[in-house]
Write a protein that binds this ligand. Structure first.
Ligand code: DP6
Length: 357
């Protein structure tokens, strides 16, 4: 059996004429402690911590009907999308032992993102967690179960895309075994909502779009590059230490420590890419200009803004709601000029996946 849930799989026969529809939306998340490097079956080399977002979401709808075998068709933005379809079909087939009822269903899936195509954001976290919420809801329909186990949703989201396992929980999540929480696990994320100072529940993430092109290196290839990286072991140790320091800062509302660790993690992620073989430089000149401006603004105004980066050139500007008015003016007056087409996305900490139908 693959994991602790496979043994509980529903194995009954579906009644003739069984059919229905369901729909879920699920958000993206932004990591503060970065997951970069994996082992075994999608297990992380170090713990990671993220804010769950609210506006950058994937909405996925599934129409299902009883059939004599498994069949899937998948549309993105109303159009057939063979690339995504293959990925989703592979994920479902890989997990048939846990969801054997799929072999009795035709599935028609439709998916779209709430953020613009041209933003350079390719959120597997949102899309894969939305898919898994649909899958577990479908399991509920066929088995008659009432409850949805979020740890299970997180575990299967992880198997689809590592970072997706954190999107299942509201506000903040920790994925990966860490001494800071005995219930933490490499298999699934856990919620940090009850562990953090209320200030962090008000956080904004304004995503400053420096480039709208597709990623130069896929996450999968990026994680693989850690295997030959001479700094890999030191990095994993550092991430474990940073998790402890950040966890304490989150509980206390210690913004100095929060900023120090968050920015250091962003820089380490890119430093690791630069010293991989082959090496990647994903930062653009305007990424560095934005970082300079943000640090200067923080020094001058004492407003606790900081940044983090994904595996790309866009800058995520993080700040508490109490400073939103002043930071908004700073974005419009200064930062927007470094954004491609003046583009940025206003997002903030959110409530996790929601059932729509
Ligand atoms: C830089 O979750 O996209 O965003 O597990 O191969 O699907 P796969 O990778 P993915 O990696 C995310 C990497 C990151 C950091 C993070 O979100 O923690």
């Amino acid at each position: 059996m693959d994991n602790i849930w496979s043994s509980q799989a529903f194995r009954g026969e579906l009644p003739a004429g069984f059919q229905g529809n369901l729909s879920w939306q699920s958000p993206s998340n932004i990591a503060l402690i970065k997951y970069w490097g994996k082992k075994g079956k999608q297990l992380p080399q170090n713990p990671s911590v993220s804010f769950t977002l609210s506006n950058c979401r994937t909405v996925t709808s599934v129409a299902y009907e009883r059939s004599n075998g498994f069949h899937l068709d998948f549309r993105f933005d109303g159009k057939e999308n063979p690339e995504f379809a293959v990925k989703i079909e592979k994920f479902l087939l890989d997990n048939l032992a846990s969801f054997p009822f799929l072999t009795q269903l035709d599935l028609h899936m439709d998916s779209h993102n709430t953020f613009p195509h041209s933003s350079g954001i390719a959120s597997s976290a949102a899309s894969m967690s939305a898919l898994v919420m649909c899958l577990l809801d479908l399991e509920r329909q066929v088995s008659g179960e009432k409850d949805m186990d979020l740890r299970k949703a997180s575990c299967f989201s992880r198997l689809a895309s590592g970072s997706a396992c954190r999107s299942v929980f509201p506000v903040m999540a920790l994925w990966g075994k860490s001494s800071v929480m005995p219930e933490s696990s490499d298999e699934y994320a856990v919620s940090l909502e009850e562990k953090i100072h209320p200030l962090f529940k008000t956080y904004h993430d304004s995503i400053l779009i420096v480039s709208d092109s597709a990623k130069a290196v896929s996450s999968r290839a990026g994680h693989a590059l850690m295997e030959g990286n001479p700094y890999a072991e030191a990095r994993y140790q550092q991430a474990k230490e940073n998790t402890k320091t950040l966890f304490a800062a989150l509980g206390l509302g210690d913004l100095d420590a929060f900023i120090r660790i968050t920015e250091s993690e962003a820089m380490q992620l890119h430093a690791l890419m630069m010293c991989s073989n082959p090496s990647y430089v994903l930062l653009k000149p305007d990424t560095l200009n934005l970082i300079d401006e943000i640090r200067h603004f923080r020094k001058e105004t004492k407003i606790p803004v900081c940044f983090t980066l994904d595996a790309g050139p866009n800058v995520h500007l993080l700040y508490p709601d109490k400073d939103a008015e002043k930071v908004d003016a700073f974005i419009r007056n200064v930062l927007e000029t470094y954004c491609v087409g003046g583009q940025w996305i206003a997002d903030q900490v959110g409530q996790g996946p929601q059932k729509l139908a």
